[in-house]
Design a protein. Structure first.
Ligand code: EPU
Length: 453
């Protein structure tokens, strides 16, 4: 075994952090996907805006949810489990300012705290946001967020450990055009504008299904939000919002990950809870690569239709494009396609580093940091662009791998399961940040592995 990996993470090892995986067996069976990480956490923050308790259903048991729960609790929100398994009741009646130490304890844990700004400013007139965490997949600046908050009338004071915000005169509606349809900045505007005085017009908004579901949550709370084609959202501020009762949208990123696992290991996986509409773009690519799927009312069956798989050219993009979170497990499957595939990463500037470890396992992947000119470069939109050229099929063999980030880490586990021989995958805790019951699901699909550290 060789030690490889894009080892950017310095997270200390904890129990359940190291897997020994014996590959070469197809993953077959059923996994259930629950609520989306990228909706549930935002809906939890929205509960701060209500005068009455909210109920969120299908909340995934993942670390990001725990971080947001804890941050809500230090701000006085009572969070308890509802009667239905997987539901949370969030009662903001006791909402209050939190102490610096309590908030700072969450520094570096997640990117969601930035979304507390608007709700806390409405509620308390001030907010402190610790330094943010999340996956190390690029600079991940928050300039769009801060610029939007200033337009609502907030005073932003950057301090060594975080950002202090205040709004002594309250927040008012604003005209905002985002430089890029950022998911987080769109959520920031929505969560702030719903209680601001007057109308907000947001142009160049993100329109991911998770954003639409958040709009649904806010409408249930009493907000008035409408949208037009071309990424324009109007929000009419209201004086008061109440709690919601909402079942979270399913996690389409998790569904796509398991779909790619079926492709890469030549298995068959039924992803219970997956829906077609939110996955249209993914399903088209899945079919072109040589996958086949059956859509039922309860979920989607994923399997291979062809061996070897077929090469594709894809470019990650904002919705309705191919999501950046889908490319990593897809690239593992593409190592088994006959011919040359190209994956452009246009959303983040550092999200192809994980491919280095796949090469050590036998893959043939060349990363072009500046992207590719000419025939492969379909939309020369952002300077961040990178491209991976994957030539296959190449057999994969076991290796010692260090998980770099959430989606890259998932891709490593799938590569290890598809590989001949034994792999040792460490830093797996990062994967469990976003994949619920990850070990249980692997086991249910017949994966041959042990937790060794
Ligand atoms: N950006 C800026 N300035 C900003 C905000 C964003 O330059 O103020 C840039 C980012 O650096 C990035 C691009 O805009 O290059 C897109 O970022 P976006 O704001 O859309 O992403 P995000 O809200 O930070 C969410 C998800 C990501 C997912 C992206 C894209 C959450 C918690 N995270 O991130 O999910 O990849 O949208 O869809 O919702 C994951 O689940 O593994 C993950 C990273």
């Amino acid at each position: 075994m060789t030690l490889v990996g894009n080892a950017q993470s310095t997270t200390p090892a904890v129990s359940g952090d190291v897997l020994e995986i014996r590959g070469g067996r197809p993953l077959t069976g059923q996994v259930d996907v629950k609520g989306a990480k990228n909706l549930a956490t935002k809906a939890m923050v929205a509960s701060l805006l209500g005068e009455t308790p909210s109920t969120l259903r299908d909340v995934p048991e993942i670390r990001d949810v725990e971080v947001v729960r804890s941050l809500l609790e230090v701000h006085g929100v009572a969070v308890s489990e509802g009667e239905e398994p997987g539901s949370l009741i969030l009662d903001p009646a006791g909402a209050k300012s939190a102490g610096f130490e309590e908030i700072d304890a969450h520094a570096g844990s997640s990117r969601i705290p930035i979304l507390f700004c608007g709700p806390l400013l409405h509620l308390l007139g001030q907010a402190f946001i610790p330094d943010l965490g999340g996956c190390r997949i690029g600079d991940r600046p928050i300039d769009f967020h801060l610029e939007a908050l200033r337009k609502f009338g907030a005073i932003v004071d950057k301090q060594p450990n975080g950002i202090r915000l205040s709004a002594p005169e309250g927040l008012h509606g604003a005209n905002i055009e985002l430089p890029y349809p950022s998911v987080g900045a769109t959520e920031q505007v929505l969560l702030t504008a719903v209680r601001a005085k007057g109308v907000t017009e947001l142009r160049n908004a993100a329109i991911e299904p998770e954003i639409m579901d958040l709009i649904g949550v806010l409408q249930k709370m009493g907000a008035i939000i409408s949208y037009e084609p071309n990424r324009v959202i109007f929000i009419e501020g209201v004086d008061e919002l109440h709690g919601y009762d909402h079942r979270s949208l399913f996690d389409r990123n998790e569904a796509a990950s398991w779909a790619c696992a079926a492709l890469a290991t030549d298995g068959e996986i039924f992803v219970k809870g997956a829906r077609q509409y939110e996955m249209l773009t993914f399903l088209n690519v899945f079919r072109k690569v040589g996958g086949s799927f059956d859509i039922t009312d309860d979920g989607i069956y994923f399997r291979r239709a062809a061996t070897p798989l077929k090469p594709v050219t894809v470019e990650t993009d904002v919705h309705p494009g191919f999501m950046t979170d889908w490319q990593q497990p897809l690239i593992v499957a593409l190592t088994q396609a006959e011919g040359t595939s190209v994956v452009h990463e246009t959303v983040y500037e550092n999200r192809l580093g994980f491919t280095h470890a796949l090469n050590q396992m036998g893959a043939d992947i060349v990363v072009h940091p500046e992207g590719l000119e000419g025939e492969y470069r379909r939309v020369p939109r952002r300077e961040l662009e990178q491209a991976a050229v994957i030539t296959g099929p190449t057999p994969l063999t076991g290796a010692e791998i260090v998980v770099p980030d959430l989606r890259g880490g998932y891709a490593y586990v799938i590569a290890a399961l598809a590989a001949e021989g034994t792999s040792r995958v460490s830093n797996v805790g990062i994967i469990r940040r976003g994949y619920e019951k990850f070990f249980d699901k692997l086991e249910a699909l017949g994966a041959d592995f042990d937790v060794v550290g």
